[in-house]
Design a protein around this ligand. Structure first.
Ligand code: LFR
Length: 490
């Protein structure tokens, strides 16, 4: 008899992965079948994502997963796709893409949110969509394009809007949907009803007539676990797979990561989904839409099974990754020594902490480029001595992240009226033991690190449940997470 397997396509801002999750004896074993680089590409008119490169990596990964499964007597029962949020492709009337999706770090949304809030105040948005202010929310990208900014030509011909994972699912199956956890990051969804926010869309259309057509672009919403259809003939041919069903999973990567976090069944623990971004918050049964929550810029994004991900975006490892990228480029030009993240973190651990704290939960470090210089300038503004080594600079960034995590965890508990007993750190960043330790020190709470592949696990588990092979409840899914992971406590 063969063992059930599920393929998770997990697209991140710096890399994409195709993982085969094998469900055996109440555990999931993840096998990496493909990994490919990703990143914003300067497309001439701005920063975009290279969909064809991602698609090639996905097909390669699916093919490898098929081979791997056959060797191990695993039967692939599903495929699911998750990615970063917000970004989307516009399709023409023939269903073909009108251009690569724009990257949320592009400057075309600068000042747009403020313009929108003048006519439809932030408070009125928050009461319906429950979202923190982020300059790049889908709504603001659409207004930027519709009002003649970069992307205007695509906008004028658009017949359909698909978020990135939905775009991939469409290419895999031919079916166009909007999966609700990711749709909750567009600004266009009503967080209480989990449906498109028609009232807010009408107000937006009245205030910004150029964007009025957006209602017609939005596909039907589906909840995680919905079967979307089998792989198309073309995909089967390209990958050697059979008519495997594709499931909508919690397609926002952060939503899948929260499914894959071993949160306790009783009481409340906070999570930090730690990667390019750090998403810091708690899982709640419903949204918190109070004035205090709004002022603290907490977001209510949707999770599976009617849950809400009540959290804030902290800038995450992006800042350090960007510094390393720049130092590596310097070294390649013969300007400075080579850089290695592992060594840098060991050295940073030996640096004295507490030099100063930077505001890493705002927009200051959002855009790419010149990061070490920008960090040094920010340190100078605090009045502290500007460090003269890379390790000391890295330590300031990590101290600042840990401090922000602790602050956001505390605020999440206060604003949601819950007592937080521990902090779970998941995602690739959970392997950063220095940051885990600093987070435990700053928060005064036990930090439980792992799994580092929470997103792929969450993706696989939602498919397993939908196929009938996994447990029915979220607690049951988390029991599998616990059985599948070795965590470290700080
Ligand atoms: C993390 C993430 C965040 C979202 C940001 C931009 O990968 O999905 O949750 O705010 O990327 O989409």
């Amino acid at each position: 008899m063969s063992t059930p397997g599920f393929v998770a396509v997990d697209l991140g801002a710096t890399s994409g992965r195709v993982m085969l999750g094998v469900l055996d004896g109440g555990r999931v074993e993840l096998v990496e079948c493909g990994r490919f680089g990703n990143g914003p590409v300067d497309a001439g008119d701005g920063l975009r994502w290279d969909v064809e490169a991602l698609w090639a990596g996905i097909l390669d990964g699916l093919r490898a997963a098929g081979t791997r499964a056959a060797q191990a007597h695993v039967e692939i029962l599903g495929v699911g796709v998750d990615s970063w949020a917000v970004d989307h492709a516009l399709l023409g009337a023939d269903g073909g893409p009108l251009g690569d999706p724009w990257c949320y770090r592009d400057a075309r949304t600068d000042g747009v949110a403020e313009r929108v809030y003048e006519r439809v105040p932030f408070a009125d948005h928050y009461a319906v969509n429950g979202l923190q202010h982020l300059p790049f929310t889908t709504e603001f990208q659409l207004v930027a394009a519709a009002e003649g900014g970069p992307g205007a030509a695509e906008w004028s011909r658009a017949a359909r809007l698909l978020l990135v994972p939905d775009l991939v699912a469409y290419r895999l199956t031919g079916r166009q949907v909007a999966e609700v956890t990711n749709a909750s990051t567009t600004g266009l969804l009503d967080v209480r009803t989990r449906t498109w926010a028609t009232g807010l869309l009408d107000r937006l259309a009245a205030a910004h007539p150029a964007v009025a057509g957006v209602r017609d672009l939005l596909p039907d919403l589906v909840e995680p676990g919905t079967a979307l259809g089998p792989l198309t003939e073309a995909v089967r041919e390209a990958t050697g797979l059979g008519p495997v069903p594709v499931y909508a999973v919690a397609s926002h990567d952060t939503a899948s990561a929260v499914v894959g976090t071993p949160l306790p069944d009783d009481g409340v623990a906070a999570y930090i989904s730690s990667g390019t971004w750090s998403l810091v918050g708690v899982e709640l049964p419903g949204p918190v839409l109070t004035a205090e929550s709004r002022a603290a810029n907490f977001t209510n994004e949707l999770g599976i099974d009617g849950t809400v991900r009540y959290l804030r975006n902290v800038m995450g490892l992006w800042i350090l990754d960007e510094c390393v990228r720049e130092w590596a480029a310097d070294a390649a030009r013969g300007d400075g020594p080579p850089v290695d993240l592992g060594t840098l973190l060991t050295q940073a651990a030996d640096e004295p902490g507490g030099r100063c704290l930077l505001a890493v939960d705002g927009d200051e470090f959002l855009a790419p480029g010149g990061m070490p210089g920008r960090v040094r300038a920010a340190i100078r503004r605090t009045g502290a001595d500007v460090p003269d080594t890379r390790a000391a600079l890295a330590r300031v960034v990590l101290d600042s992240l840990a401090d922000a995590y602790a602050r956001v965890v505390r605020q999440a508990g206060e604003l949601a009226g819950v007592e937080i007993s521990a902090v779970h750190v998941v995602g690739g960043g959970s392997r950063n033991t220095l940051l885990d330790r600093l987070t435990a020190e700053a928060s005064g709470l036990p930090v439980v690190a792992g799994p580092s592949e929470a997103t792929a696990l969450g993706n696989v588990l939602v498919q397993a449940r939908a196929s009938g092979a996994g447990p029915r409840t979220l607690a049951g899914l988390r029991a599998i997470v616990r059985a599948s992971t070795e965590t470290r406590v700080f």
